[in-house]
Write a protein that binds this ligand. Structure first.
Ligand code: C5P
Length: 287
């Protein structure tokens, strides 16, 4: 039996800069995997297909599930399939902007590669990952990276910054395609779009490992279209800031938000407070 940990991602920086003819969006993002994670186990079995065991609330068990899509993409690239039973212990909130489904897909690719005696290098695994989703290539190895293109042009980055994150969510999930459509309307097709920010200062701060810069320069384009219609996310972000986060931001297309705290103790206190107020909140750190 093989176990894989599927780490969630936070976008410490995310700027959508254009739309491609195929409908996908060009972006610039600083991605960071964090210790908030799902766990997947993989057991070889008879047959020639991947099966997801048990019901995971809110997730389809058929081919629409990213785990099954990843397994099928792996089998296609490998040229043959084998029987595997997969169990998924879900912790990462779904439709939250935390890359949970993509992380599960990436974990599946890693596991099947191990089960098949590693026919694919990490580069090839990332190519297979891209056929499953735009965030999946980064999540094959995770860590800290500047991601461009639709997320697949990955430049690893250093992160020596300390501190802990509180990831918090309350209310309805967000549909990523709808969030992109709202940005398209806001930026009228990105004609003549001029970058509003750039990630250089953040990357420098992470590389220097300044233990929580006074104002880590975080940015997310999606906040402009999601926060106005998600009062819960807006309120959570404000609460994080009011309770000592040195910075707070929505992750991905939301509605999960995260706060960056100087110490794990402080993060723990704030997470407990948010849970008492009815939110889901998790303390985690960069991995
Ligand atoms: O690639 P993934 O399936 O995770 O993306 C979900 C949806 O988000 C896509 O169907 C697409 O509509 C949108 N998307 C995009 N540009 C990206 C990433 C995702 O338009 N770079």
């Amino acid at each position: 039996m093989i176990t894989e940990t599927a780490f969630a991602k936070l976008n410490l920086y995310l700027e959508v800069t254009g739309k491609r003819p195929d409908g996908y969006h060009e972006l610039v993002s600083v991605m960071q995997t964090v210790s908030l994670a799902d766990t997947l186990t993989f057991r070889a079995c008879d047959g020639e297909a991947a099966r997801l065991l048990g019901d995971v609330p809110g997730l389809p068990a058929d081919g629409h599930n990213l785990v099954i899509r990843a397994a099928n993409a792996f089998f296609t690239a490998y040229g043959r399939s084998f029987g595997v039973e997969i169990t998924l212990h879900k912790v990462i909130p779904a439709a939250a902007g935390l890359g949970g489904g993509s992380a599960d897909a990436a974990a599946t690719l890693r596991a099947l590669n191990r089960m098949a005696d590693c026919p694919f290098s990490p580069d090839i695994l990332r190519e297979i990952a891209l056929s499953v989703g735009a965030d999946v290539p980064f999540l094959v190895e995770g860590g800290t990276a500047l991601c461009r293109g639709i997320g697949e042009r990955i430049t690893p980055a250093e992160n020596h910054a300390s501190g802990a994150f509180v990831v918090a969510i309350r209310g309805e999930g967000v549909s990523t395609p709808e969030a992109f459509a709202a940005l398209d309307r806001l930026f009228a097709g990105y004609d003549g779009y001029l970058p509003r920010q750039n990630p250089a200062a953040l990357l420098e701060m992470l590389a220097q490992g300044e233990p929580c810069h006074p104002f880590p320069p975080l940015y997310n384009s999606f906040e402009e279209v999601i926060l106005p219609c998600h009062p819960d996310a807006r309120a959570l972000k404000q609460t994080l800031l009011n309770h000592g986060a040195v910075a707070a931001l929505m992750s991905g297309s939301g509605p999960a938000v995260f706060g960056w705290f100087e110490t794990e103790d402080r993060a723990q206190q704030v997470a407990e407070r948010l849970v008492l107020q009815g939110a889901r909140a998790f303390v985690c750190h960069a991995v």
